[in-house]
Design a protein around this ligand. Structure first.
Ligand code: 5GP
Ligand code: MN
Length: 335
């Protein structure tokens, strides 16, 4: 993988571009994809964002989201775009299997592949150019840095700013995580100078829940939470019955895991959701407990030092049992 700077000269000639991100895109995946989309369109490129799967309704207000192709819903159209593609940008993931059923089409694609991402352990051999930086708050911040370094800073429109602000805000827990650097705040100041309406964005993301989601959160906190004070760990599980009863959709479970770390003294939060195809884990930690390694070691996952995910194909009961069995190994690290 060559440095991203080596790709800059190619920005000057119009190209057929695809931007993609990880499955079930979150604010950062969708924000960085659409931020880059608006930037590249202004430079004269022909650009399509392809998402590997559907996404949460609370992202549906974003400028340009109506142009995003959902691969699972439009496989043939997406494949035609991939066949014609000259440049592929891979944002907010660094290993092709995070794109689920898009993995094979992307592996086979003959185009130039570019990585912009902030997760640990990138699959560098899969990309021609790229930048991987685990110190960055978000992929949105990295797309901002990419645009600033490219020499086209004047192409940061209000749409670009809106999209990049959204993912930076969601990936930093509204600017509270340690990764929120001075560079992040300078970027936001730049966006404000361009007319960014940040209050409307927060409202679009956080004040758009349906009643059932709030009641589901109450149910989960009351009935699905276990706290292990001897390991400073909180565990939550969501059953198939819960998902059905509260009519839970993509994105409705996002944010649950952060409640776990709000308990005084808790340093490790884990939530497992019983999805149809797998048991999906989310892990969060405070301080020096490394959930990326934990997820990789026990649950086929990965991510960041303090935020990671994983999966299990075992039953919910066995998966929970497995988690509780390995927890004592980490007692010293969790003190
Ligand atoms: P979340 O818990 O919000 O789904 O994910 C937390 C972080 O870990 C995100 O940055 C996400 O991209 C990453 N992540 C989630 N699941 C997986 C996984 O199965 N494998 C890897 N490598 N990363 C994951
Ligand atoms: Mn991210």
């Amino acid at each position: 993988m060559q440095s991203i700077q080596a790709f800059f000269p190619q920005l000057a000639q119009p190209k057929k571009v695809i931007i993609t991100c990880h499955q079930k895109p979150d604010g950062d995946a969708m924000g960085s994809s659409l931020g880059l989309y608006h930037f590249l369109v202004q430079l004269g490129h022909s650009v399509t964002v392809i998402s590997p799967t559907n996404w949460a309704d609370f992202l549906n207000w974003m400028p340009g989201v109506d142009t995003v192709v959902d691969y699972e819903a439009n496989k043939a159209a997406a494949q035609r775009l991939i066949d014609a593609c000259e440049v592929l940008f891979c944002l907010d993931f660094n290993i092709l299997h995070r794109t689920k059923h898009l993995e094979q089409p992307l592996t086979n694609a003959k185009c130039t592949k570019i990585l912009i991402d902030h997760h640990q352990q990138p699959q560098v051999e899969a990309f021609d150019f790229g930048v991987s930086d685990t110190t960055k708050s978000s992929t949105c911040e990295m797309v901002y840095d990419f645009i600033m370094a490219s020499g086209y800073a004047d192409k940061i429109s209000r749409e670009v700013a809106t999209c990049l602000y959204t993912g930076t805000m969601t990936d930093t827990g509204s600017f509270r995580f340690p990764s929120t650097s001075a560079n992040v705040h300078r970027m936001v100041a730049h966006f404000k100078d361009l007319g960014l309406e940040h209050a409307a964005i927060h409202s679009n993301i956080f004040d758009s829940s349906l009643e059932n989601k709030l009641r589901f959160t109450g149910h989960a906190l009351l009935n699905r939470l276990e706290v292990f004070y001897e390991y400073n760990t909180a565990l939550m599980y969501i059953t198939k019955y819960d998902l059905r009863k509260f009519d839970i959709k993509t994105g409705d479970t996002e944010g649950l895991v952060s409640y776990l770390l709000s308990i005084q003294g808790i340093r490790f939060g884990a939530i497992v959701i019983d999805r149809d195809e797998e048991r999906k884990w989310s892990f969060r930690s405070k301080g020096n407990f490394d959930v990326n390694t934990f997820a990789r070691t026990h649950f086929e996952g990965g991510g960041h030092f303090n935020a990671a995910g994983g999966r299990s194909s075992d039953s919910l009961e066995n998966t929970l049992h497995h988690f509780k069995q390995i927890l004592p190994q980490y007692q010293a690290q969790l003190q």
